[in-house]
Ligand binder design. Structure first.
Ligand code: 5FX
Length: 535
Protein backbone atom coordinates (compact mmCIF):
# COMPACT_ATOMS: atom_id res chain seq x y z
CA UNK A 1 0.00 0.00 0.00
CA UNK A 2 2.78 2.36 0.96
CA UNK A 3 4.43 1.93 -2.47
CA UNK A 4 1.35 2.94 -4.48
CA UNK A 5 0.61 5.91 -2.22
CA UNK A 6 4.24 6.94 -2.24
CA UNK A 7 4.37 7.65 -5.99
CA UNK A 8 1.95 10.57 -5.78
CA UNK A 9 2.99 11.82 -2.39
CA UNK A 10 4.94 14.91 -1.43
CA UNK A 11 6.82 15.56 1.79
CA UNK A 12 7.25 18.94 3.39
CA UNK A 13 10.17 20.11 5.54
CA UNK A 14 10.13 23.37 7.51
CA UNK A 15 13.18 24.97 9.07
CA UNK A 16 12.61 27.47 11.85
CA UNK A 17 16.13 28.86 12.04
CA UNK A 18 17.57 31.93 13.76
CA UNK A 19 16.98 34.33 10.89
CA UNK A 20 14.16 32.79 8.87
CA UNK A 21 11.48 30.16 8.46
CA UNK A 22 11.99 28.09 5.32
CA UNK A 23 10.05 25.38 3.53
CA UNK A 24 11.25 22.68 1.16
CA UNK A 25 8.85 20.36 -0.68
CA UNK A 26 10.17 17.06 -2.08
CA UNK A 27 8.61 14.26 -4.04
CA UNK A 28 9.16 10.59 -3.22
CA UNK A 29 12.30 10.55 -5.43
CA UNK A 30 13.74 13.28 -3.19
CA UNK A 31 13.58 15.87 -5.97
CA UNK A 32 13.01 19.37 -4.64
CA UNK A 33 9.63 20.62 -5.95
CA UNK A 34 9.36 23.87 -4.08
CA UNK A 35 11.29 26.21 -1.81
CA UNK A 36 10.26 29.39 -0.08
CA UNK A 37 11.18 31.37 3.02
CA UNK A 38 10.15 34.13 5.36
CA UNK A 39 12.98 36.33 6.59
CA UNK A 40 12.17 37.63 10.07
CA UNK A 41 13.92 41.01 9.85
CA UNK A 42 12.71 41.83 6.34
CA UNK A 43 9.27 40.25 6.21
CA UNK A 44 8.16 40.86 9.80
CA UNK A 45 9.85 44.17 10.69
CA UNK A 46 7.22 44.93 13.34
CA UNK A 47 9.03 42.50 15.66
CA UNK A 48 12.16 44.65 15.46
CA UNK A 49 14.68 41.82 15.31
CA UNK A 50 18.21 41.98 13.95
CA UNK A 51 19.29 38.68 12.50
CA UNK A 52 16.07 37.25 13.97
CA UNK A 53 16.98 38.10 17.57
CA UNK A 54 17.02 40.81 20.20
CA UNK A 55 20.37 41.26 21.92
CA UNK A 56 19.94 42.61 25.42
CA UNK A 57 22.03 45.32 27.08
CA UNK A 58 24.00 42.87 29.29
CA UNK A 59 25.68 41.52 26.14
CA UNK A 60 24.80 37.97 27.17
CA UNK A 61 21.01 37.64 26.95
CA UNK A 62 19.61 36.94 23.47
CA UNK A 63 15.93 36.30 22.82
CA UNK A 64 13.39 36.14 19.98
CA UNK A 65 9.70 37.04 20.21
CA UNK A 66 7.83 33.73 20.17
CA UNK A 67 4.87 35.34 18.41
CA UNK A 68 7.14 36.17 15.45
CA UNK A 69 7.54 32.45 14.73
CA UNK A 70 3.74 32.11 14.78
CA UNK A 71 3.28 35.01 12.34
CA UNK A 72 6.02 33.58 10.13
CA UNK A 73 4.20 30.25 9.81
CA UNK A 74 1.05 31.87 8.40
CA UNK A 75 3.09 33.99 6.02
CA UNK A 76 5.02 30.94 4.84
CA UNK A 77 1.83 28.94 4.32
CA UNK A 78 0.30 31.86 2.38
CA UNK A 79 3.35 31.89 0.12
CA UNK A 80 3.03 28.15 -0.50
CA UNK A 81 -0.66 28.48 -1.29
CA UNK A 82 -0.10 31.51 -3.54
CA UNK A 83 2.68 29.58 -5.27
CA UNK A 84 0.17 26.78 -5.94
CA UNK A 85 2.14 24.13 -4.11
CA UNK A 86 0.23 20.81 -4.19
CA UNK A 87 -0.35 20.89 -0.44
CA UNK A 88 -3.28 18.45 -0.77
CA UNK A 89 -0.73 15.78 -1.78
CA UNK A 90 1.60 16.28 1.21
CA UNK A 91 1.57 12.92 3.00
CA UNK A 92 3.71 14.11 5.91
CA UNK A 93 5.39 17.22 7.21
CA UNK A 94 8.29 17.48 9.61
CA UNK A 95 10.53 20.27 10.68
CA UNK A 96 13.76 21.56 12.04
CA UNK A 97 14.28 24.21 14.66
CA UNK A 98 17.22 26.19 15.95
CA UNK A 99 18.34 24.12 18.92
CA UNK A 100 18.06 24.93 22.65
CA UNK A 101 15.54 27.82 22.36
CA UNK A 102 12.52 27.45 24.64
CA UNK A 103 8.89 28.48 24.23
CA UNK A 104 6.90 29.00 27.41
CA UNK A 105 3.19 28.26 27.15
CA UNK A 106 0.73 29.42 29.74
CA UNK A 107 -1.93 27.26 31.39
CA UNK A 108 -4.82 26.89 28.96
CA UNK A 109 -2.65 27.21 25.84
CA UNK A 110 -3.48 23.65 24.85
CA UNK A 111 -7.21 24.43 24.50
CA UNK A 112 -6.41 27.46 22.38
CA UNK A 113 -4.24 25.30 20.11
CA UNK A 114 -6.97 22.64 19.90
CA UNK A 115 -9.47 25.20 18.66
CA UNK A 116 -7.50 26.89 15.90
CA UNK A 117 -9.80 28.74 13.53
CA UNK A 118 -9.14 28.60 9.75
CA UNK A 119 -10.65 32.04 9.26
CA UNK A 120 -8.32 34.00 11.57
CA UNK A 121 -4.60 34.67 11.48
CA UNK A 122 -2.62 32.46 13.88
CA UNK A 123 -1.02 35.51 15.44
CA UNK A 124 -4.39 36.89 16.57
CA UNK A 125 -5.46 33.56 18.00
CA UNK A 126 -2.24 32.78 19.81
CA UNK A 127 -1.03 36.10 21.16
CA UNK A 128 -2.23 35.15 24.65
CA UNK A 129 -0.66 31.70 24.95
CA UNK A 130 2.84 32.69 26.04
CA UNK A 131 3.96 32.78 29.65
CA UNK A 132 7.13 34.47 28.38
CA UNK A 133 6.96 36.74 25.35
CA UNK A 134 10.65 36.59 24.58
CA UNK A 135 12.08 33.14 24.12
CA UNK A 136 15.71 32.60 25.09
CA UNK A 137 17.58 31.27 22.03
CA UNK A 138 20.82 29.40 21.40
CA UNK A 139 22.88 32.62 21.20
CA UNK A 140 22.14 33.39 24.83
CA UNK A 141 25.10 33.00 27.16
CA UNK A 142 23.63 34.45 30.35
CA UNK A 143 23.41 31.29 32.48
CA UNK A 144 26.98 30.70 33.64
CA UNK A 145 25.87 30.66 37.30
CA UNK A 146 23.22 28.01 36.57
CA UNK A 147 25.75 25.92 34.64
CA UNK A 148 28.22 25.92 37.52
CA UNK A 149 25.43 25.02 39.92
CA UNK A 150 24.31 22.12 37.72
CA UNK A 151 27.84 20.75 37.49
CA UNK A 152 28.35 21.09 41.21
CA UNK A 153 25.06 19.44 42.14
CA UNK A 154 25.35 16.63 39.58
CA UNK A 155 28.92 15.67 40.47
CA UNK A 156 31.09 17.63 38.05
CA UNK A 157 31.25 18.55 34.38
CA UNK A 158 32.27 15.07 33.26
CA UNK A 159 29.39 13.50 35.15
CA UNK A 160 26.90 15.91 33.55
CA UNK A 161 28.39 15.01 30.15
CA UNK A 162 28.31 11.27 30.87
CA UNK A 163 24.58 11.44 31.54
CA UNK A 164 23.33 14.17 29.20
CA UNK A 165 25.96 14.09 26.43
CA UNK A 166 27.42 17.54 27.17
CA UNK A 167 28.84 19.39 30.14
CA UNK A 168 26.61 22.27 31.26
CA UNK A 169 26.38 24.88 28.49
CA UNK A 170 24.86 28.33 28.85
CA UNK A 171 22.50 27.93 25.88
CA UNK A 172 21.29 24.45 26.85
CA UNK A 173 17.61 24.61 27.75
CA UNK A 174 17.87 23.10 31.25
CA UNK A 175 20.12 25.96 32.34
CA UNK A 176 17.81 28.52 30.75
CA UNK A 177 14.89 26.94 32.61
CA UNK A 178 16.82 27.06 35.91
CA UNK A 179 17.48 30.77 35.34
CA UNK A 180 13.83 31.58 34.64
CA UNK A 181 12.65 29.54 37.62
CA UNK A 182 15.05 31.53 39.84
CA UNK A 183 14.59 35.01 38.40
CA UNK A 184 10.97 34.93 37.20
CA UNK A 185 9.16 32.48 39.48
CA UNK A 186 5.78 33.92 38.41
CA UNK A 187 6.53 33.00 34.79
CA UNK A 188 7.59 29.52 35.83
CA UNK A 189 4.47 29.12 37.98
CA UNK A 190 2.01 29.95 35.22
CA UNK A 191 3.75 27.82 32.60
CA UNK A 192 1.94 24.65 31.60
CA UNK A 193 4.34 23.50 28.87
CA UNK A 194 7.93 24.32 27.99
CA UNK A 195 8.54 23.48 24.35
CA UNK A 196 11.66 23.66 22.23
CA UNK A 197 11.46 25.78 19.08
CA UNK A 198 11.14 22.51 17.13
CA UNK A 199 8.33 21.00 19.21
CA UNK A 200 6.55 24.37 19.37
CA UNK A 201 6.41 24.61 15.58
CA UNK A 202 5.07 21.04 15.45
CA UNK A 203 2.44 22.04 18.04
CA UNK A 204 1.23 24.85 15.77
CA UNK A 205 0.59 22.26 13.07
CA UNK A 206 -1.05 19.57 15.18
CA UNK A 207 -3.02 22.05 17.29
CA UNK A 208 -1.85 20.29 20.43
CA UNK A 209 1.30 19.97 22.54
CA UNK A 210 3.75 18.02 20.37
CA UNK A 211 6.47 16.11 22.21
CA UNK A 212 10.13 17.07 22.27
CA UNK A 213 12.05 14.57 20.13
CA UNK A 214 14.99 12.76 21.71
CA UNK A 215 17.61 14.19 19.39
CA UNK A 216 16.79 17.87 19.95
CA UNK A 217 15.99 16.94 23.55
CA UNK A 218 19.66 16.00 23.94
CA UNK A 219 20.50 19.72 23.77
CA UNK A 220 18.96 20.49 27.15
CA UNK A 221 21.35 18.97 29.75
CA UNK A 222 18.26 17.10 30.97
CA UNK A 223 17.99 13.89 28.93
CA UNK A 224 19.83 10.70 29.78
CA UNK A 225 21.08 10.04 26.24
CA UNK A 226 21.54 6.31 26.84
CA UNK A 227 18.19 5.60 28.49
CA UNK A 228 16.54 8.17 26.22
CA UNK A 229 14.46 9.47 29.12
CA UNK A 230 14.59 12.58 31.32
CA UNK A 231 17.25 12.13 33.99
CA UNK A 232 15.79 12.43 37.47
CA UNK A 233 18.78 14.20 39.01
CA UNK A 234 19.23 16.60 36.08
CA UNK A 235 15.55 17.52 36.33
CA UNK A 236 15.63 17.89 40.12
CA UNK A 237 18.56 20.30 40.09
CA UNK A 238 16.76 22.47 37.50
CA UNK A 239 13.32 23.29 38.90
CA UNK A 240 10.28 21.64 40.51
CA UNK A 241 7.62 19.67 38.58
CA UNK A 242 9.63 19.94 35.41
CA UNK A 243 8.70 16.54 33.93
CA UNK A 244 5.05 17.64 33.77
CA UNK A 245 5.97 20.82 31.96
CA UNK A 246 8.16 19.04 29.41
CA UNK A 247 5.99 16.01 28.60
CA UNK A 248 7.47 12.67 27.53
CA UNK A 249 10.22 12.81 24.89
CA UNK A 250 9.49 10.97 21.65
CA UNK A 251 11.62 9.13 19.07
CA UNK A 252 12.50 11.47 16.21
CA UNK A 253 10.76 9.34 13.56
CA UNK A 254 7.45 9.16 15.45
CA UNK A 255 4.14 10.46 14.16
CA UNK A 256 3.13 13.13 16.68
CA UNK A 257 -0.31 13.77 15.21
CA UNK A 258 -2.22 14.72 12.10
CA UNK A 259 -2.30 18.25 10.78
CA UNK A 260 -5.02 20.35 12.43
CA UNK A 261 -8.25 20.91 10.50
CA UNK A 262 -7.41 24.63 10.25
CA UNK A 263 -4.69 23.87 7.72
CA UNK A 264 -6.92 21.48 5.79
CA UNK A 265 -9.54 24.20 5.43
CA UNK A 266 -7.32 27.22 4.89
CA UNK A 267 -4.50 25.65 2.88
CA UNK A 268 -6.09 22.47 1.49
CA UNK A 269 -3.80 20.01 3.28
CA UNK A 270 -5.25 16.52 3.46
CA UNK A 271 -6.73 15.93 6.94
CA UNK A 272 -4.70 12.69 6.91
CA UNK A 273 -1.37 14.48 6.58
CA UNK A 274 0.96 13.19 9.30
CA UNK A 275 3.10 15.46 11.41
CA UNK A 276 6.40 13.70 12.20
CA UNK A 277 8.29 14.87 15.31
CA UNK A 278 10.22 18.05 14.58
CA UNK A 279 13.89 18.03 15.58
CA UNK A 280 16.91 20.34 15.90
CA UNK A 281 18.52 21.97 12.89
CA UNK A 282 21.78 20.08 13.31
CA UNK A 283 20.09 16.68 13.68
CA UNK A 284 17.98 17.52 10.61
CA UNK A 285 21.10 18.47 8.66
CA UNK A 286 22.62 15.12 9.57
CA UNK A 287 19.52 13.51 8.05
CA UNK A 288 19.59 15.77 4.98
CA UNK A 289 23.25 14.90 4.38
CA UNK A 290 22.59 11.20 5.06
CA UNK A 291 25.58 10.84 7.36
CA UNK A 292 25.42 7.27 8.49
CA UNK A 293 28.94 5.92 8.17
CA UNK A 294 31.19 6.60 11.13
CA UNK A 295 33.72 9.29 10.14
CA UNK A 296 31.56 10.75 7.41
CA UNK A 297 31.42 14.24 8.80
CA UNK A 298 29.62 17.42 7.87
CA UNK A 299 30.42 21.06 8.33
CA UNK A 300 27.45 23.39 8.29
CA UNK A 301 28.30 27.04 7.85
CA UNK A 302 25.48 29.31 8.88
CA UNK A 303 24.90 31.84 11.65
CA UNK A 304 26.85 29.33 13.74
CA UNK A 305 29.24 26.82 12.23
CA UNK A 306 28.78 23.26 13.32
CA UNK A 307 30.68 20.07 12.63
CA UNK A 308 29.00 16.75 13.24
CA UNK A 309 29.05 13.05 12.47
CA UNK A 310 27.09 9.88 13.26
CA UNK A 311 28.75 7.75 15.91
CA UNK A 312 28.09 4.34 17.44
CA UNK A 313 29.46 4.55 20.96
CA UNK A 314 29.08 7.83 22.83
CA UNK A 315 32.16 9.17 24.63
CA UNK A 316 31.01 12.55 25.91
CA UNK A 317 33.66 15.04 26.95
CA UNK A 318 33.42 17.02 30.17
CA UNK A 319 35.30 19.79 28.39
CA UNK A 320 33.75 20.37 24.99
CA UNK A 321 31.42 19.20 22.26
CA UNK A 322 28.11 17.42 22.38
CA UNK A 323 26.70 13.96 21.98
CA UNK A 324 23.06 13.80 20.90
CA UNK A 325 20.71 10.90 20.32
CA UNK A 326 20.83 10.21 16.57
CA UNK A 327 17.76 11.58 14.76
CA UNK A 328 17.44 8.77 12.21
CA UNK A 329 18.79 5.73 14.01
CA UNK A 330 17.27 5.09 17.43
CA UNK A 331 20.28 2.95 18.41
CA UNK A 332 22.99 5.45 17.43
CA UNK A 333 24.29 8.90 18.42
CA UNK A 334 25.68 11.99 16.79
CA UNK A 335 28.73 13.98 17.90
CA UNK A 336 28.77 17.72 17.33
CA UNK A 337 30.74 20.89 17.87
CA UNK A 338 29.16 24.32 17.69
CA UNK A 339 31.22 27.38 16.85
CA UNK A 340 29.32 30.57 17.41
CA UNK A 341 31.60 32.87 15.45
CA UNK A 342 30.48 31.58 12.05
CA UNK A 343 29.05 33.56 9.17
CA UNK A 344 28.64 36.87 11.01
CA UNK A 345 32.35 36.78 11.84
CA UNK A 346 33.34 35.94 8.25
CA UNK A 347 31.14 38.84 7.17
CA UNK A 348 32.87 41.12 9.68
CA UNK A 349 36.23 40.35 8.08
CA UNK A 350 34.75 40.64 4.58
CA UNK A 351 33.48 44.13 5.47
CA UNK A 352 36.69 45.16 7.20
CA UNK A 353 39.21 43.76 4.70
CA UNK A 354 37.36 43.31 1.40
CA UNK A 355 34.97 46.27 1.07
CA UNK A 356 32.00 44.06 1.88
CA UNK A 357 32.43 42.02 -1.30
CA UNK A 358 32.70 38.24 -1.36
CA UNK A 359 34.43 38.38 -4.75
CA UNK A 360 37.12 40.61 -3.33
CA UNK A 361 37.33 38.47 -0.18
CA UNK A 362 37.90 35.38 -2.32
CA UNK A 363 40.49 37.09 -4.52
CA UNK A 364 42.40 38.18 -1.44
CA UNK A 365 42.10 34.76 0.16
CA UNK A 366 43.44 33.08 -2.97
CA UNK A 367 46.32 35.56 -3.25
CA UNK A 368 47.80 34.28 0.03
CA UNK A 369 49.55 30.93 0.59
CA UNK A 370 48.22 28.05 2.75
CA UNK A 371 49.55 28.71 6.24
CA UNK A 372 49.26 32.49 5.75
CA UNK A 373 53.02 33.02 6.25
CA UNK A 374 52.58 31.96 9.87
CA UNK A 375 49.90 34.56 10.69
CA UNK A 376 47.13 33.22 12.91
CA UNK A 377 44.00 35.12 13.99
CA UNK A 378 41.24 34.57 16.54
CA UNK A 379 38.09 36.56 15.75
CA UNK A 380 35.87 36.33 18.83
CA UNK A 381 33.08 38.72 17.91
CA UNK A 382 30.48 36.83 19.99
CA UNK A 383 31.15 34.95 23.23
CA UNK A 384 32.44 31.67 21.81
CA UNK A 385 31.11 28.19 22.59
CA UNK A 386 33.99 26.07 21.22
CA UNK A 387 36.39 26.62 22.85
CA UNK A 388 34.57 28.48 25.62
CA UNK A 389 35.70 32.12 25.39
CA UNK A 390 33.26 34.53 27.01
CA UNK A 391 35.38 37.65 26.45
CA UNK A 392 35.02 39.05 22.95
CA UNK A 393 38.01 40.44 21.05
CA UNK A 394 40.23 39.96 18.01
CA UNK A 395 43.69 38.50 18.59
CA UNK A 396 46.37 38.26 15.94
CA UNK A 397 49.77 36.59 16.06
CA UNK A 398 52.55 36.74 13.48
CA UNK A 399 54.78 33.88 12.40
CA UNK A 400 57.03 34.39 15.44
CA UNK A 401 54.06 34.18 17.82
CA UNK A 402 54.16 37.93 18.54
CA UNK A 403 50.84 39.62 19.18
CA UNK A 404 50.12 42.17 16.42
CA UNK A 405 47.46 44.86 15.95
CA UNK A 406 46.44 44.06 12.39
CA UNK A 407 47.30 41.96 9.33
CA UNK A 408 47.26 43.25 5.80
CA UNK A 409 43.76 42.78 4.32
CA UNK A 410 44.63 39.65 2.33
CA UNK A 411 46.19 37.95 5.38
CA UNK A 412 43.11 38.96 7.36
CA UNK A 413 40.79 37.03 5.00
CA UNK A 414 42.93 33.91 5.16
CA UNK A 415 43.37 34.15 8.91
CA UNK A 416 39.64 34.08 9.62
CA UNK A 417 38.96 31.09 7.36
CA UNK A 418 42.02 29.06 8.40
CA UNK A 419 41.39 29.87 12.07
CA UNK A 420 37.82 28.58 11.92
CA UNK A 421 38.78 25.27 10.30
CA UNK A 422 41.85 24.74 12.48
CA UNK A 423 39.63 25.23 15.55
CA UNK A 424 37.14 22.69 14.21
CA UNK A 425 39.83 20.15 13.41
CA UNK A 426 41.44 20.55 16.82
CA UNK A 427 38.25 20.30 18.84
CA UNK A 428 36.46 17.69 16.71
CA UNK A 429 39.32 15.29 17.38
CA UNK A 430 38.68 15.64 21.09
CA UNK A 431 35.10 14.31 20.78
CA UNK A 432 36.03 11.41 18.56
CA UNK A 433 35.29 12.86 15.12
CA UNK A 434 38.07 11.95 12.79
CA UNK A 435 36.70 12.92 9.39
CA UNK A 436 37.41 10.73 6.36
CA UNK A 437 35.25 12.86 4.14
CA UNK A 438 33.36 16.06 4.74
CA UNK A 439 30.02 17.22 3.37
CA UNK A 440 29.77 20.97 3.39
CA UNK A 441 26.45 22.72 3.76
CA UNK A 442 24.94 26.06 4.77
CA UNK A 443 25.31 29.45 3.11
CA UNK A 444 29.12 29.54 2.93
CA UNK A 445 29.29 26.07 1.32
CA UNK A 446 28.70 27.76 -2.03
CA UNK A 447 32.02 29.63 -1.63
CA UNK A 448 34.65 27.50 -3.38
CA UNK A 449 37.60 29.48 -2.05
CA UNK A 450 36.48 28.64 1.47
CA UNK A 451 35.85 24.96 0.60
CA UNK A 452 39.40 24.62 -0.73
CA UNK A 453 40.83 25.73 2.62
CA UNK A 454 38.51 23.24 4.34
CA UNK A 455 39.81 20.32 2.23
CA UNK A 456 43.43 21.30 2.84
CA UNK A 457 43.10 21.87 6.60
CA UNK A 458 41.37 18.52 7.19
CA UNK A 459 43.27 16.63 4.48
CA UNK A 460 40.11 14.89 3.24
CA UNK A 461 37.84 15.30 0.20
CA UNK A 462 35.07 17.84 0.55
CA UNK A 463 31.64 17.26 -1.03
CA UNK A 464 28.79 19.68 -1.39
CA UNK A 465 25.11 19.11 -1.20
CA UNK A 466 23.27 20.59 -4.16
CA UNK A 467 20.75 21.91 -1.70
CA UNK A 468 22.65 24.31 0.59
CA UNK A 469 19.73 24.28 3.00
CA UNK A 470 20.27 20.82 4.44
CA UNK A 471 18.19 21.35 7.60
CA UNK A 472 14.92 21.97 5.71
CA UNK A 473 15.75 19.21 3.24
CA UNK A 474 16.61 16.90 6.14
CA UNK A 475 13.27 17.72 7.73
CA UNK A 476 11.52 16.76 4.48
CA UNK A 477 13.53 13.51 4.34
CA UNK A 478 12.60 12.79 7.95
CA UNK A 479 8.94 13.45 7.06
CA UNK A 480 9.30 10.77 4.40
CA UNK A 481 11.13 8.40 6.76
CA UNK A 482 8.59 8.84 9.56
CA UNK A 483 5.71 8.36 7.14
CA UNK A 484 7.29 5.17 5.75
CA UNK A 485 7.81 3.74 9.25
CA UNK A 486 4.16 4.53 10.05
CA UNK A 487 2.89 2.95 6.83
CA UNK A 488 4.98 -0.20 7.34
CA UNK A 489 4.09 -0.39 11.00
CA UNK A 490 7.73 -0.84 12.04
CA UNK A 491 11.04 1.01 11.96
CA UNK A 492 12.62 1.19 8.49
CA UNK A 493 16.40 1.89 8.45
CA UNK A 494 16.96 5.43 7.20
CA UNK A 495 19.51 4.22 4.63
CA UNK A 496 16.88 1.94 3.08
CA UNK A 497 14.33 4.76 3.08
CA UNK A 498 16.78 7.08 1.32
CA UNK A 499 17.81 4.67 -1.46
CA UNK A 500 17.75 6.49 -4.76
CA UNK A 501 18.51 9.91 -3.31
CA UNK A 502 20.94 11.90 -5.49
CA UNK A 503 24.69 11.60 -4.85
CA UNK A 504 26.69 14.52 -3.52
CA UNK A 505 29.27 16.23 -5.73
CA UNK A 506 32.95 16.29 -4.80
CA UNK A 507 34.22 19.88 -4.69
CA UNK A 508 37.89 19.45 -3.72
CA UNK A 509 40.51 16.88 -2.90
CA UNK A 510 43.16 18.10 -0.47
CA UNK A 511 46.55 19.19 -1.76
CA UNK A 512 49.15 17.13 0.13
CA UNK A 513 51.67 19.98 0.49
CA UNK A 514 49.05 22.37 1.81
CA UNK A 515 47.77 19.74 4.21
CA UNK A 516 51.30 19.20 5.61
CA UNK A 517 51.49 22.93 6.28
CA UNK A 518 48.28 22.73 8.31
CA UNK A 519 49.45 19.66 10.24
CA UNK A 520 52.34 21.72 11.53
CA UNK A 521 50.20 24.80 12.04
CA UNK A 522 47.68 22.97 14.21
CA UNK A 523 50.12 22.66 17.13
CA UNK A 524 50.94 26.36 17.00
CA UNK A 525 47.24 27.14 16.79
CA UNK A 526 46.56 25.07 19.92
CA UNK A 527 49.34 26.84 21.83
CA UNK A 528 48.12 30.30 20.81
CA UNK A 529 44.52 29.42 21.64
CA UNK A 530 45.64 28.82 25.22
CA UNK A 531 46.96 32.40 25.33
CA UNK A 532 43.60 34.01 24.47
CA UNK A 533 41.88 35.60 27.50
CA UNK A 534 38.79 33.50 28.19
CA UNK A 535 36.76 35.66 30.60
C1 5FX B 1 23.87 23.97 18.23
O1 5FX B 1 24.16 23.47 19.49
C2 5FX B 1 23.57 25.39 18.24
O2 5FX B 1 23.50 26.03 19.25
C3 5FX B 1 23.31 26.09 16.93
O3 5FX B 1 23.87 25.39 15.85
C4 5FX B 1 21.83 26.27 16.72
O4 5FX B 1 21.20 25.04 16.61
C5 5FX B 1 21.61 27.14 15.51
F1 5FX B 1 20.36 27.17 15.18
Amino acid sequence: MADAQMKNAFFLGLDSSTQSLKAVLIDSSFRVQGETAVNFDRDLPRFGTEGGVHRHADGLTVTSPALMWVAALDLLLDRMRDGRWPLNRVAAVSGSGQQHGSVWLVRGARQVLNRLDPGLPLEKQLEGIFALRDSPVWMDSSTTAECREREEKMGGAQRVADITGSRAYERFTGNQIAKIFKRQPDVYGKTERIALVSSFMASLLTGDYAPIDMSDGSGMNLLDIRRRAWDRLAMDVTSPNLAEKLGEPSPSHAVVGRIHGRYAKAYSFSPNCFVIAFSGDNPCSLAGLRLQKVNDAAISMGTSDTMFASIGTPRPSGEEGHIFVNPVDPEAYMAMLCIKNGSLTREYVRDMAASGSWDEFNRKLESTPPGNNGNIGFYIREPEITPPILKTGVYRFDGAGRSVEAFDPAAETRAVVEGQFLAMRLHARKIGISAEKILATGGASSNRSILKVMADVFGVPVYVAEQANSAALGAACRAFHGWLCAMKGSFVPFAAAMEGAPEFQMAFRPEPAAHRTYDAMLERYEELEKRIPKK
